[in-house]
Write a protein that binds this ligand. Structure first.
Ligand SMILES: [Zn+2]
Length: 249
C-alpha cells in the first residue's frame, strides 16, 4: 500500500462501517514516533493493537467526528499523552483545530490537510505528500458509496469536495485512497468518477420521484432506494433529505 502507512482494523463491522473502522498509523522512514488517524471504537483490544504498531504516538488525527472514528479519544489520550486534532474543535485536546491547507510536519512525514465537507461538515482528507496517499475518511469509502449525514452533512459541499479530490488525482498529487472503511483504492480516478456519477444518478432519481408524486423523504426513499437493502433505508433517508435540500436551494 505505502511504506509510510500501516493499517489496524477495528473489530466493529456493521452496515455503516463495512468491515470495521480503518485506523491508519503513519510514520516516516526511521522516525521514532507515529501519527494515529481515526483510532475508532473504545475497545481495549483495538487500542492495544494500535499501540503495538504505533509505538510512541506524536499526534492523533480524526477525519471527522463520527462515533466510529472518535469514540476512544479520552482513553487513547490517557494511554499516549498525545495531542489530538481535527477540524472540529471539540475533538482537539492540547492543540488547535485544523484548517484547510494546513501543513503538518510530524513523525518524519509532511501531511497536508484537505477540508472535504459533505459527509459531515467537519470531514477532511489527509494527504501524505511524500507518496501521494490520500486518507479519505468517510468522504470516499473503499467500496460502495457514503452517506450525506443530513443535517450536518450537505450535498453541495460534498460534490465540491469530490471535484476537488478529482483534481488532486488528475494532477497526480493523490495516487491512492486510504479510506475510513473498506479496502485501499489503487485506481482512484475511475473510483471518484463513479462517486460523482452515482450522486448525479441519485439526484436524477430523486427529481423523478418528486415529479412522480413522492412528497416526503420516506416516500422518496421507497422509490429511489428500492434496490437497496431496507436495513440501509434510515441512512438513505439522511442522504435523501440532503438531496431534497440541494434541489430546493
Ligand atoms: Zn465511519
Amino acid at each position: 500500500m505505502s511504506e509510510f502507512v500501516q493499517l489496524v482494523k477495528a473489530d466493529n463491522p456493521g452496515i455503516m462501517t463495512l468491515d470495521g473502522t480503518n485506523t491508519w498509523i503513519l510514520r516516516g522512514p526511521d522516525a521514532a514516533t507515529s501519527v494515529v488517524v481515526d483510532p475508532g471504537p473504545n475497545d481495549e483490544t483495538h487500542l492495544a493493537n494500535i499501540l503495538a504498531v504505533a509505538g510512541e504516538v506524536e499526534l492523533i488525527l480524526f477525519t471527522h467526528h463520527h462515533f466510529d472514528h472518535t469514540e476512544c479519544i479520552d482513553r487513547l489520550v490517557e494511554l499516549t499523552g498525545a495531542p489530538t486534532r481535527a477540524i472540529g474543535e471539540d475533538w482537539c485536546r492540547d492543540a488547535d483545530p485544523l484548517v484547510d491547507g494546513e501543513l503538518l510536519n510530524v513523525a518524519g512525514l509532511a501531511l497536508e490537510i484537505v477540508a472535504t465537507p459533505g459527509h459531515t461538515t467537519d470531514s477532511m482528507c489527509i494527504l501524505i505528500t511524500d507518496d501521494g496517499s490520500l486518507l479519505t475518511g468517510d468522504t470516499i469509502l473503499g467500496r460502495g458509496t457514503t452517506v450525506i449525514a443530513h443535517p450536518d452533512g450537505v450535498l453541495g459541499p460534498y460534490l465540491d469536495s469530490l471535484a476537488r479530490i478529482r483534481e488532486l488525482v488528475l494532477e497526480g498529487v493523490a495516487v491512492r485512497f486510504l479510506p475510513g472503511h473498506g479496502p485501499v483504492v489503487d485506481d482512484p480516478l475511475p473510483f471518484v468518477d463513479f462517486y460523482l456519477e452515482h450522486r448525479e444518478e441519485r439526484l436524477d432519481q430523486v427529481r423523478a420521484a418528486v415529479a412522480g408524486g413522492a412528497s416526503t423523504p420516506q416516500e422518496v426513499v421507497e422509490v429511489v432506494y428500492a434496490d437497496v437493502d431496507k436495513i440501509l433505508w434510515g441512512a438513505a433517508e439522511l442522504s435523501v433529505r440532503a438531496q431534497l435540500d440541494y434541489l430546493n436551494a
